[in-house]
Design a protein around this ligand. Sequence first.
Ligand code: TYM
Length: 337
Amino acid sequence: MSDTNKKGRIFSGVQPTGNLHLGNYLGAIKNWVAYQNEFESIFCVVDLHAITVPQDPAALRQSTREVAASLIASGIDVEQAILFNQSQVSSHTELAWIFNCVARLGWLNRMTQFKEKAGKNRENATVGLYGYPVLMAADILAYKATHVPVGDDQKQHLELTRDIATAFNSMFETDFFPLPEPQIQETAARVMSLRDGSAKMSKSAESDMSRINLTDDADLIAQKIKKAKSDADVLPSESAGLSERPEARNLVGIYAGLSGQSEAAILQEFGGQGFGAFKPALAELATAVIAPISEEMRRLLGDIGEIDNQLAKGAARADAIARPILDEVKEIVGFVR
Ligand code: TYM
């Protein structure tokens, strides 16, 4: 049963495949924190998704704990919101199988992230990587989530989730699954690499200088922003002036995401000034936001037993919601129970 005092139920996830970066924070996590009291909230460290590409087992375990710690350090309140790692709740995989028998090859063939991740050697990609978006649909629908706060890069996966929910409902002549709404912010929904304004900031980019990690200290943040690609012009006074300047637009967007100010307000303040003035202001702002998070994360990682304990508690709470939903799905599909 969802909590009737809330606006709906949120589900969102993040992969434990390395440190979280500013793109994850501004595109998703900051909004999870903002929404967690308004909505009933379920946040998941998606370790099953992580193994769609090879992972070192010890590194995966470490990364799962680090990501959980950085979510708590970023402000996820585990007394209110549910936080757990995906592999501890078996409804995700069970529902994913049922959805594998609903989703069509043609739909998955259109997924751009599979094409990007599989690269040229598609024959060698795992079946799990191909089915990645089906598991994502199962994550969301296992809880009948109504809202999904994500960065812009997950838009296509959410459309597929809605297609799967619609197809299931129509196959079994039911209105069982809701169609979840993506919650994508206008600001910083797609934070770009600091080295290339046309590439997304990502954990997998080779150069660490391309991203700001939530674990970076003040010196490193300042260094990365100082070296960030920009251009020789001064900042414009209005947004239109950024249209052909991807790097400048990205840095202003990051400033907007971190400060909560609009792009227009920032350009009013910095218009006419060069990056020599803007970058130090941005570095100071980024440090003010990130330093307390990384400090708290380090403190939490001092007690791994407590993190594991929180994840197990979250998994039990998640299971209590997902289990009865899965039971109903099994009934609808026609399984003898
Ligand atoms: P992941 O781990 O790649 O990213 C976690 C969240 O961070 C957002 N994000 C960004 N936002 C803005 N700019 C960027 N450069 C940037 N990079 C990442 C992502 O959009 C995401 O919201 N498939 C998902 C995890 C997932 C999930 C789910 C999400 C699994 N099941 C169910 C929502 C609902 C992923 O790989 O996220």
